[in-house]
Design a protein around this ligand. Structure first.
Ligand SMILES: Cc1cc2nc3c(=O)[nH]c(=O)nc-3n(C[C@H](O)[C@H](O)[C@H](O)COP(=O)(O)OP(=O)(O)OC[C@H]3O[C@@H](n4cnc5c(N)ncnc54)[C@H](O)[C@@H]3O)c2cc1C
Length: 382
């Protein structure tokens, strides 16, 4: 058992860290304030390979692994969680569906431009009436000749404001439960008639990320855009979420570590009662407690990533990592604001944004309650 990163991962970690510090950090505050993701930054990340890290070089990807992807997610999320989710939804939710379930033709046509940095992807599963329980899905795809016509509405589709490709899930058979009647389609958001993308949904955190309602009105889709076969959508959706949760766990670790680093820097300079705030034993003990939780969350995340890379069962590991890391992110960012007192509460300092950003990691890609269902389900309790 080796808890240390090898040379290649250390090098990648250093590259991600440098890019995050020099290119993302200076823009994070303004993007959050304006609630718009900087398109120049997006293009830079596409050019430098941030959108295809764990995918095969054969299709234009980075040829690296899930562990490297978690390192990227941690480093970018340390300075900006909105960047983290932009990369994560594209990589783990959209690309993974095509990578795992696509035909060779679909990989060449749709996966290649996504992982070589030409296009951005998103994933539409959640609907206004169907969140934790996919059975409530109402979006349908009706056969019309050889084609399918998709009608319905997907909410909270991250990246949809600027994405090109979306994996959208629709019921192709309403007479059976969604677990059997759901089908995954690859659609072009910018090109297909009948698709409408709303304005960005106003949110508490990750405000620079694009997150919209996508409406489908008789959107015509040819059968070669079906992923994995008719009726296989539920399996595809759940498999993508297993992968996604590793990314969200890493995002939570990044938010927590970033906030703790910022708060410690401040507390070393801030003096009260004639001493730096960091010199109080309470500050030091709390920092020790927070760092220990972050380290534990990181190791859980790496365990899930390594299990995936080793082709072992990793779904429950991913859920455990997300459950613990998201809880840690909320606790650490709350402490970071506290350690900085009133200044921590001000927008001038990044911990205020990080506190708001941390909360979402307990909600998306399955809430903490759903994570407990996945972990307890794997424990053979019944
Ligand atoms: C910013 C943001 C980005 C998102 N991005 C995407 C995206 O890109 N694509 C996408 O498809 N979706 C996306 N989502 C949707 C997200 O995954 C859902 O919000 C999430 O799964 C929870 O669903 P819900 O909001 O409908 O909550 P609900 O399912 O209504 O849950 C409400 C509460 O009830 C609890 N609950 C529900 N069922 C149970 C149960 N059986 N036992 C105990 N407690 C339960 C939940 O844990 C939660 O606390 C995003 C959401 C947000 C806010």
């Amino acid at each position: 058992m080796d808890f240390k990163l090898d040379k290649s991962h250390l090098l990648q970690q250093e590259l991600f860290r440098k890019f995050a510090e020099t290119e993302i950090k200076p823009l994070a505050k303004e993007m959050d304030e304006n609630e718009v993701y900087d398109q120049g930054l997006l293009e830079k990340m596409q050019k430098y390979g941030f959108f295809g890290i764990p995918y095969s070089q054969e299709y234009g990807g980075g040829g690296s692994d899930t562990l490297a992807y978690t390192l990227c997610m941690e480093e970018v999320s340390k300075v900006d969680a909105s960047t983290g989710i932009t990369i994560s939804v594209h990589t783990s939710l959209c690309c993974s569906c095509i990578d795992e379930f696509g035909t060779e033709e679909q990989k060449q046509k749709y996966l290649r431009p996504l992982i070589d940095g030409s296009k951005i992807g998103c994933y539409g599963l959640t609907e206004p009436g169907a969140g934790s329980d996919v059975q409530g899905a109402q979006t349908v795809a009706v056969k019309d000749g050889d084609d399918w016509l998709i009608t319905g509405s997907k909410i909270f589709t991250t990246n949809s404001g600027f994405a090109d490709t979306c994996i959208v899930f629709a019921l192709t058979d309403r007479s059976v439960p969604a677990s059997k009647g759901l089908t995954a389609f690859i659609v072009d958001l910018k090109e297909m008639p009948g698709i409408e993308v709303s304005e960005n949904i106003e949110r508490m955190g990750i405000r620079a990320a694009s997150n919209c309602i996508v409406s489908y009105d008789n959107v015509r889709v040819s059968p070669d855009r079906i992923l994995g076969g008719v009726g296989k959508g539920f399996k595809i959706a759940m498999s993508a979420l297993d992968k996604g949760r590793i990314g969200i766990a890493a995002q939570a670790v990044g938010i927590a570590q970033g906030a703790l680093n910022e708060a410690i820097k401040y507390a070393k300079e801030r003096k009260q009662f004639g001493k730096p705030v960091i010199s109080f034993q309470n500050s030091q003990f709390k920092c020790a407690e927070m760092q220990t939780k972050i380290d534990a969350a990181r190791l859980l995340t790496w365990r899930a990533a390594k299990a995936k890379d080793n082709h072992e069962v990793y779904g429950p590991y991913a859920a455990a990592a997300k459950l613990f890391a998201s809880d840690t992110a909320v606790e650490v960012t709350r402490f970071a604001v506290q350690l900085m007192g009133g200044y921590g509460y001000c927008r001038e300092y990044p911990v205020e944004r990080m506190y708001r950003d941390a909360k979402i990691t307990e909600i998306y890609e399955g809430t903490s309650e759903v994570m407990k269902m996945v972990v307890s389900g794997s424990m053979k309790l019944k």
